[in-house]
Design a protein around this ligand. Structure first.
Ligand SMILES: *Cc1c(COP(=O)(O)O)cnc(C)c1O
Length: 468
């Protein structure tokens, strides 16, 4: 047998084919069996601990067999996953990644791969059209919503504050995703310049509180510069009053960023779009295609109405790069990364393959399923909805006459545990003003009517067993 040439990392054509078919075969087998798997996967602690032995140990000096390495890797969002905000993982996006990674073209600047960078610019343009942003809008594909929001804060800061960093004040609601505070702090807007404002009875940012806070900060000699609203909060799915916030920001000369990581793509659906009107007036928007377009994790998007503001905050050049060409889109000039994965393809391929109508239909169905389940629950005594789902997420609690908030919280927690114990569906809970609520978010593309029927059945059956 010939000596292994250690320095040769290339694979033969036959080996590449064998490896690829081994991997594709396992992925397909796994996905085809999801329906039969529990909704919880390896969140089960015992299984996770047993599995961890496989991942323990030092980095091996010598390679191993592919089949052995692959065994512990398979897990994905099942149709019964209704917790947090489900991710999808459309299979064609995985194929797109295989192409992007296999071909491995550099897509930081247009000069390196003009066609592929143009493809990514086109995808961003599609997203801008979906949100009805004007033609000067530009954006950036990021690893997720958190980094998209970071880019927005940086652009707003650059435009409005210049060197007056410590004077700038950001406003958001108590229901904002924690990534907003994190992005702000990373961008130099420290907690003492972040105002967390109260919400109304539907958990939407209160405009009067926002106006008062801005006025107070101006009186104190500070510089209000950014309002971060939410189009679909993680706790309750609430949509802030976007048109009123847009009016206020226009009047006060503030940047309005909308965190639509969860909710933004529902703008595609006619019957849901009215809930999101005003989104198109934001100065910037966070989207998460790995939520609302059912793509695999690692796909976020930032869209900025005046694209120049995003470019101005990020474009720098170096002697070893081609001179800045302002006429051509270059991801590197719109974000912090120089080298980066080719994210455009994992949006482009599924959108071309399926067409927008099917995404629209899938999102409309998720909204309808959440509404159906919420109505089914609300029809029963002893269940109280916080609000009907504006998009595809709602929170609810167990209730009974004469029960205190503490008793309701405890009962709701027991109820949730009883449902999850059945392992057909997985729900998660949250605390709002100290009270515990169960929540359902329908956003996995695999979740269909039959799964929601099981969810509702399990919820109603376990509620009957609740001990008050
Ligand atoms: C998921 C989410 C985020 C964070 O996005 P990542 O992609 O996880 O970084 C921010 N805001 C909202 C409303 C979200 O649902």
């Amino acid at each position: 047998m010939s000596e292994l040439d250690l320095a040769d990392l290339d694979l033969s054509e036959a080996t590449m084919r064998a490896f690829a078919s081994e991997v594709v075969d396992r992925v397909v087998r796994h996905l085809a069996s999801l329906e039969q798997q529990p909704a919880m996967g390896d969140m089960d602690q015992a299984a996770a601990l047993a599995g961890s032995a496989v991942f323990a140990g030092p980095c091996p000096e010598e390679g191993e067999e592919l089949t052995r390495i692959l065994d512990p890797l398979f897990d994905a969002a099942s149709p019964g996953y209704l917790a947090f905000i489900p991710g999808g993982g459309l299979f064609p996006a995985g194929l797109a990644d295989l192409i992007a990674d296999g071909v491995n073209r550099y897509t930081g600047i247009a000069e390196a791969s003009p066609a592929l960078v143009a493809l990514e610019a086109q995808v961003l343009d599609w997203l801008c059209r979906l949100l009805r942003l004007p033609s000067g809008a530009r954006g950036l594909l990021t690893s997720g919503g958190s980094l998209a929001t970071l880019g927005a804060v940086v652009a707003a800061r650059h435009r409005h504050l210049g060197t007056r960093l410590r004077e700038g004040v950001l406003y958001t609601s108590s229901q904002a995703h924690h990534s907003v505070a994190k992005a702000a702090a990373l961008a130099g807007i420290l907690p003492d310049r972040q105002r967390v404002l109260p919400v109304d009875d539907r958990h939407r940012l209160r405009l009067d509180a926002l106006e008062d806070a801005i006025a107070a900060d101006r009186r104190a000699g500070l510089v209000p510069f950014l309002v971060v609203s939410a189009a679909g909060t993680t706790n309750t799915g609430a949509v802030d009053p976007l048109p009123a916030i847009a009016d206020l920001c226009a009047r006060e000369g503030l940047w309005h960023h909308c965190d639509a990581a969860y909710g933004g793509f529902f703008y595609l659906v006619d019957e849901v779009a009215p809930a999101l009107v005003g989104l198109e007036r934001a100065d910037s928007v966070t989207l998460d295609p790995h939520k609302g377009l059912f793509l695999p994790y690692g796909t976020g998007a930032l869209l900025v109405r005046d694209g120049e503001a995003l470019r101005a905050a990020h474009a720098v050049n170096a002697e070893y790069l081609p001179p800045l060409d302002e006429t051509r889109y270059a991801p590197t000039h719109y974000g912090p990364e120089l080298s980066r994965p080719f994210r455009g393809l994992r949006l482009w391929l599924p959108l071309k393959l399926f067409g927008l109508a099917r995404f629209r239909a899938a999102l409309a169905e998720k909204h309808a399923l959440a509404t159906w389940c919420a109505e089914g629950l609300a029809a029963h005594e002893g269940v109280s909805l916080l609000a009907p789902p504006p998009l595809s997420l709602f929170a609810f609690e167990a209730t009974a006459p004469g029960r205190s908030a503490v008793e309701k919280s405890a009962a709701t927690e027991r109820w949730l545990a009883a449902v999850n114990e059945r392992r057909h569906v997985l729900l998660s809970g949250t605390r709002i003003d100290g009270r515990f609520f169960a929540r359902i978010c329908v956003l996995c593309f695999r979740t269909r009517r039959r799964h929601m029927e099981i969810a509702l059945r399990d919820l109603l059956e376990t509620r009957d067993a609740l001990r008050w």
